[in-house]
Design a protein around this ligand. Sequence first.
Ligand code: BG6
Length: 485
Amino acid sequence: MASRVIPVDPFDLVVFGGTGDLARRKILPALFRRFCAGQMEENALIIGAARSPMDDEGYRAFVSAALEEFNPSGISDTEAVAGFLRQVSYVALDATGTEGWQILANRLRGRDAVQAFYFSVGPSLFGALAEHLHSYGMAGQGTRIVVEKPFGRDLTSAKALNATLAAHFDESQIYRIDHYLGKETVQNLMAVRFGNMLFEPLWNSQYVDHIQITVAETVGVGGRGEYYDRSGAMRDMMQNHLMQLLCLIAMEPPAKFDPDAVRDEKLKVIRALDPVEAVDLVRGQYEADEDKPDYRSQVGDADTTTESFVALKARISNWRWAGTPFYLRTGKRLRAKVSEIAVVFKETPHSIFGPEAGRHRNILTIRLQPNEGMDLGVTIKEPGPGGMRLVDVPLDMTFAEALGPEAEDVPDAYERLIMDVIRGNQTLFMRGDEVEAAWAWTDPIIAGWEARGDTPQAYDSGSSGPEDSLMLMHRDGRKWREIRA
Ligand code: BG6
């Protein structure tokens, strides 16, 4: 059974940076899949805009190649591809000059549709784009703009970006994407927490020993060395994706599932985070593999001290979580690609089975990728004679198995998020104050290691990260879950 398609209003979407990597890999394939699902009206316009001189036909060839490369299963439907391409056009445009803007404005004039502008360009161009949209009459009430991370590189630059956008757009028109929020299981986290009676009463420091969040990748920095070396894992992943997961797992129940109610609660979590002490922080850099270069040669700087791995212990100073640490780690070139959250409950206060039965804990694991699903480790009696021996077994609920083909047919993060922009639903987008609060927490951590002159610890490609990251938990009598797909 195909997943249910909820109609959206007619829309036009302009992709600034329409020939860029994100457009090719994510935005255009996502739009094509929504077209195939029947969510795009026949007269919707998809307009790529970029600097390169190109005509509509040239851009359609570019889009077609992108679909072939990044949407291999759908490309066989040549009729659908041809239909989609008929709605695609191109405007050669200079973001900072005047070329192309009037052409774009004419193309959109008089259209009765939601108009969304995707800023798939570096943040240095956000101001010029916003300004031009305004001066060419494309910044009306119905306009929505979509911006991607990196949203600044510290609190000061994030504030400046927010101010730049606010000069021409209301906060309700600004959609800041964090693609982790579009992932199916991330939203399921809210359904599990707030749709079940079972977990919420236990969801606090009285019952939860600690929480682990791991986002591990097997890839290195690849061709993004220049960007990445200026960011590092802290800015690239921790400040946004892991922070968002932390918020969803730790926030209070919002009164309603509506954008501001949810974002208000997330903001309270970020603001309740304690500063991270140097001893609770580990940074790492990957070494070479048999056939893959080390981090330093990949970014072309033998002396770089940028981290490709970061692990830290965070504390949330509020009633619910005082005393329960959150251990977060993320890195590249690790053993497996896996993103998961583990809620590790405390041991029972007293074991009636005596010391031989051992001590056991329930662990609720929420897997974002791969094999999206959850499992709850429960303690049972080991079957057979020979007394009361206890063993931990998983109550496994892999969504694909439990829900059948419907679970495999879910839209990917970009499909969902772009459609939410058209629907005008900001629940899964970061509000300006949230981004600023996340930087306010991140900045002193980075300033601290810069002031101390810390250098990242080397770790082997294909490992679980630097030795010190294992010690971070070991020291507290705890241990990370194994990184395995
Ligand atoms: C991006 C980061 O935001 O997320 C990348 O810039 C990272 O460095 C990517 O590889 C991971 O996303 P996903 O969806 O593959 O887990």
